[in-house]
Design a protein around this ligand. Structure first.
Ligand code: PNS
Length: 165
């Protein structure tokens, strides 16, 4: 496959996201991580901060890059000449939401395909929002967040680099 897009809010990127990026990058020539606005969520990090953090975490994956886009994902795919997106699935609870989005995206762009990759077992409980909760109260996030951005995540919640304020 030529171009594959991995869209999401990445607020912030977790080790679960990095795992999907690594595995998906192995299936295509070019993997584009697309940071998009999720109208249903109030983000903690700006788009610029999220793009910068992702860039640092994926610098070792040669065929992966990061971009941001403000608008419809279906339109974005057309703009960049891509046909497929990949999404990670953790548990059954992700399925209903992802199914709705996949069908809506197909309605908007008939050419667009949504592929799903199961999250690796050790990350199947992980979400950006639970990690932010742990960081907010100074808990250890080192098992969940790439080491390149641990300081940034603690700093967002007014904590020092090891979570202690
Ligand atoms: O990581 P998330 O929050 O599950 O990602 C959801 C995201 C950002 C991919 C989704 O909200 C999205 O595609 N937003 C762009 C706007 C859009 O196209 N909405 C219609 C999709 S049905």
């Amino acid at each position: 496959m030529e171009k594959l897009v991995y869209p999401g809010s990445f607020d912030p990127i977790t080790l679960g996201h990095v795992d999907i990026i690594r595995r998906a990058a192995g299936l295509c020539d070019e993997l584009i991580v697309a940071v998009l606005v999720n109208p249903g969520k109030q983000p903690s990090f700006t788009i610029g901060e999220r793009v910068d953090m992702i860039r640092r975490c994926i610098s070792g994956i040669d065929n992966a890059s990061v971009r941001s886009f403000d608008g419809l994902l279906a339109q974005y795919l057309q703009n960049i000449g891509a046909r497929a997106i990949i999404k990670g699935l953790r548990a059954v609870s992700d399925y209903e939401y992802e199914l709705q989005m996949a069908h809506m995206n197909k309605k908007l762009n008939i050419e667009m395909e949504t592929l799903f990759m199961m999250a690796s077992l050790q990350y199947s409980f992980l979400s950006s929002s639970t990690v932010k909760d742990v960081a907010r109260y100074g808990g250890d996030i080192s098992e969940f967040i790439p080491e390149e951005i641990i300081e940034d995540v603690y700093a967002k919640f007014g904590r020092g680099k090891d979570g202690i304020s």
